[in-house]
Design a protein around this ligand. Sequence first.
Ligand code: ITT
Length: 210
Amino acid sequence: MTHGDLHEVVMATNNAGKAREISAVLAEYGIKVLPQSQFNVPEAEETGLTFVENALLKARNAAQYSKHPVIADDSGIAVDALDGQPGIYSARYAGVGAGDEANNAKLLQALAGLPPEQRGARFICVMVLLRHALDPTPIICQGVWEGRVLEAPSGANGFGYDPLFFVPGENCASAQLPAERKNQLSHRGQALRALVAEIRRQLASGALHV
Ligand code: ITT
């Protein structure tokens, strides 16, 4: 498969875990991903109230500085018993700069005492492709991965809430899955595959000019 000029995109993330997963999935399609750090892209302010708004803010910021097409991911975990929180605030749940361990500890505390059937949750990922900073028709795709929050962390793979995310079909925590298996199932893998399919469709019909 060829992607026209889209054999190389900048990835608008500073999260190493996300970067690994995005690079691995896009490599399957022959798309090389350049880190935004290569272009000295400053951190974008995530002021949106939705995943899609924040993904676009990050993508536009990286496109402005890199002058390349950009892929950005905004993602998080939505917990039923918390009315969908922490959602878009997942990275800063325990405070700005708090880190994965503090976020996981806060989530366990918030759900303390709840039985498994009341611990339903899903990972959500919105992935966008912006051809350039002023692109008025970004490609936007979404993935959702259903599971529940464990009562204690398990596993050392992945990042973020993976040690607390029980994957029913696999009967283990997301952090216990090999990286390739997580990519096959995850919200991020789903969103990326949908994005590549839409890029291919638009390239084939001549609608995508990068
Ligand atoms: P960038 O904005 O630089 O991409 P970030 O970590 O701040 O990095 P988000 O604002 O999209 O990114 O927050 C996503 C958070 O949601 C992430 O920090 C994790 O806590 C959680 N998360 C998202 N996807 C996850 C996954 O696959 N496994 C575990 N946790 C995940």
